[in-house]
Design a protein around this ligand. Structure first.
Ligand code: ZN
Length: 413
């Protein structure tokens, strides 16, 4: 394709759609509060549905409330190519996280309509339910059920702090679809998203070709020693749980450094009991968050963590109990989808580099269902999950053009 002939998205129209959507749940500081399945989420869904229908799509809602807009292909018997993300936000969220991937998908369809481009395979754009996991604590639950990783009953029974279940709220806002979980046959899935980190902007790249997403393991560690008087217990007689915790914090940090550059390790919560200035702490509960893009390395980090805790506890006469509280497997995106994204960026003349996603995304579940990869664009200052989250119209346009060309390549197969 020559530069001139090659179809392009309409960047202004996409930007205008993003700003129109951002009015729903708009906050004083320029962000969005559109929690899953609230009245604001319903309004966002209604607007998306209207736009899909105006673009000539047939629309389907499944039992998890995931919304699919479909543009027919020359051969509708073939498995579709899917693209999308999520319209829900954090309580103090931004205008782009998730929304961009959905509305860029819609813009791809609009751009194909503009040029009268027919694809061999059908193309679909999707809005996944409750990606953020803010109101209903299980994140990415809509895509998780779709991909068969989570049960439908599990998804519908997720409960908000106000007591309402996800299933009840879907009914209330009119998005409890009756569409059976469909034939899972998908040809490919692409998710376009802001990076939510500083790398692309700092290094001056327009496009991130996402190759992996980090695996995450969460732990809760309880260290038990013995509470006793801070003035009368000699130093060599103590069983100080907080001293053990201090060594654990240092050790967790070292595991991160030992597995550089890709590992991230954090102790984010430390609770000390009884929490009195003149009592030697008898119990400490702390959390560990370990991340790495390779499961084998995460498992090695797990073994090191356990061995070191055992040693620290033995040294200090403590009892240690480690419980794993979450385990999201590392994700390797599909080779051919990755290459398709890289080729599209290359042909369109955008600067690009390979990148690893530090955050979870719906695409991390979709890998279980279909060949999948992601496209990142920079965001200003790497800031996300914040009302000041921002991206330039140029980046927004570049990413959507890469999505368009990745979709065109896959829909021609
Ligand atoms: Zn997101």
């Amino acid at each position: 394709l020559s530069q001139r002939e090659s179809p392009r998205i309409n960047g202004q129209r996409l930007w205008d759609s993003l700003m129109e959507m951002a009015k729903i749940g708009a906050t004083d500081k320029g962000g969005c509060c559109r929690l899953a399945l609230t009245d604001e989420d319903r309004a966002a869904r209604d607007l998306f549905l209207t736009w899909c229908r105006e673009a000539g799509c047939s629309v389907r809602v499944d039992r998890m409330g995931n919304i699919f807009g479909r543009r027919s292909g020359a051969n509708d018997e073939l498995a579709p190519v899917l693209m999308g993300s999520h319209l829900d936000t954090q309580p103090t969220g931004g205008r782009f996280d998730g929304i961009y991937g959905v509305l860029a998908g819609l813009e791809v369809i609009r751009a194909l309509d503009d040029t009268g481009t027919e694809t061999e395979r059908p193309i679909e754009v999707v809005n996944w339910t409750n990606e953020e996991g803010s109101r209903f604590v299980s994140p990415m639950v809509g895509s998780g059920v779709f991909a068969g990783v989570l049960d439908l009953s599990y998804g519908l029974s997720r409960q908000a702090a106000d007591g309402a279940t996800l299933g009840e709220e879907l009914q209330r806002i009119g998005y409890a679809g009756d569409d059976e979980e469909r034939d899972p046959d998908l040809h490919a899935y692409f998710e376009l998203h802001i990076e939510q980190g500083p790398i692309l902007e700092e290094e001056g790249y327009e496009i991130g070709v996402v190759t992996h997403a980090q695996g995450v393991r969460w732990y809760e560690l309880t260290l038990d020693g013995f509470e006793s008087h801070a003035g009368t217990t000699p130093m060599d007689r103590r069983r100080d749980a907080l001293l053990g915790a201090a060594r654990v914090v240092e050790m967790v940090n070292r595991i991160g450094l030992d597995n550089a550059p890709s590992a991230c390790t954090t102790v984010g919560v430390v609770r000390v009991f009884p929490g009195s200035p003149n009592v030697i702490p008898g119990r400490v509960v702390l959390t560990v968050d370990n991340r790495h893009p390779e499961d084998e390395v995460l498992s090695k980090m797990d073994r090191d963590l356990r061995a070191d805790i055992t040693e620290i506890a033995r040294d200090l006469g403590l009892h240690a109990e480690l419980v794993e509280t979450a385990d999201y497997a590392a994700v390797t995106f599909e080779e051919d989808c990755i290459a398709t994204v890289r080729d599209a960026a290359e042909r369109l003349g955008y600067s690009h580099r390979d990148i690893i996603s530090g955050a979870g995304h719906d695409a991390c579940y979709l890998v279980r269902k279909a060949p999948t990869s992601m496209i990142f664009i920079p965001c200003v200052g790497g800031i996300s999950h914040n009302e000041s989250e921002d991206a330039t119209p140029e980046w927004i346009t570049a990413g959507a053009n890469v999505l368009l060309h990745a979709i065109l390549a896959k829909a021609a197969e």
